[in-house]
Design a protein around this ligand. Sequence first.
Ligand SMILES: Cc1ncc(COP(=O)(O)O)c(C=O)c1O
Length: 386
Amino acid sequence: MPQANKHMKHIEVPGTRQFANRVDEFPDAVDLTLGQSDFSTPESVKEAAIEAIKNKEMRYSHNTGLLELREVISSYYKEKYGGEYDPHGEVLVTVGGSEGIDAILRAILDPGDEVLVPAPTYLGYEPIIELSGGVTKFIDTTKDGYIATPEAIEANITKRTKAVILNYPTNPTGVTYTKEQVDRLAEMFKQHDIFVITDEIYAENTLEGEHASMAAYPDIKDRVLVVNGLSKSHAMTGWRIGYVVGHRDIMEEVITVHLYNTICAAIPSQYAAIEALRNQRHVPAEMNEAYIRRRDYIYGRLVDMGLEVSKPTGAFYIFPSVSKYDEDSFRFATDLLETVQLAVVPGRSFSEFGEGHIRLSFACSMEELTEAADRLEKYIKMREAR
Ligand SMILES: Cc1ncc(COP(=O)(O)O)c(C=O)c1O
């Protein structure tokens, strides 16, 4: 029988999905596994897509996306994050942030190239690195408050290092980086000829302070590739619109991969994205008000339960340690689901450095969050009584 790509043997269905799928077996379950907002896409964004379907050509756009959208992204990046990107050749509209990550990795990696990934980490990078023939090198951030320090990254750079992938605000830990931390990283990257892939998809979900983007450092523009998108900022996961901005030399290669892979992102979604980034820039801040209330609530409950946990400064995840009950986070999460019907993601899904933790998403209603906290508390009391 013909065989699949040999890397496929090591690539599993992500832990987030595995648990979300199991939730269906428990009709009464409270589900805190998935990483998407419970808000709806803004009405005017939906209207913009409907309007476009009725009145605009539904043909392929330019491979890099509709010029109008690229111009909006370019001005948004300049105004919001201080990054200068030419809509002609430095902005690429992708099918979600995911396709951007895929196109970048395939455009830059040769077999054997190493990619440094601070961990615990989002689980979408490693499989694409492996499929591109690259080698993933996780960097342990657990002793540094889940922040990748310049020292830790530098200590892992070898002749084979091709890139580092930053992600902040961070999935799954909910931490984000201060301007000072980003400044120090940017300073260090000047000394090294490696690509800096910076997944800033949760930039708008910054819950403390301002997001400092890697796009804001002209000295290292030639090596920085920023991934962003509308999925999290405007509750638009199903629309599948992301984008990559970067220096035109490397963007040319990224655009070529994208062109062969997808031709262009869906046109109705591109029109929706224009409306979101042009007229609905206030929306993320409104959602953040709710996320902050929920964060404060769930953080307080977890602390009261005696769990070791840090207060999230970004994204909509909280990542308590459960190692005093079970070192094996898969076993803990499975038992939690089966005993009190609460679905969370085991920390090990986010690399070995997430072991001993669970990820709870607070992109859900306050009622669900309250019920989830009650169930977790009940479960913990049961464990203590065992
Ligand atoms: C860190 C991170 N990057 C990228 C993505 C994928 O985003 P998109 O839905 O835009 O493909 C996710 C989704 O959860 C994520 O958490």
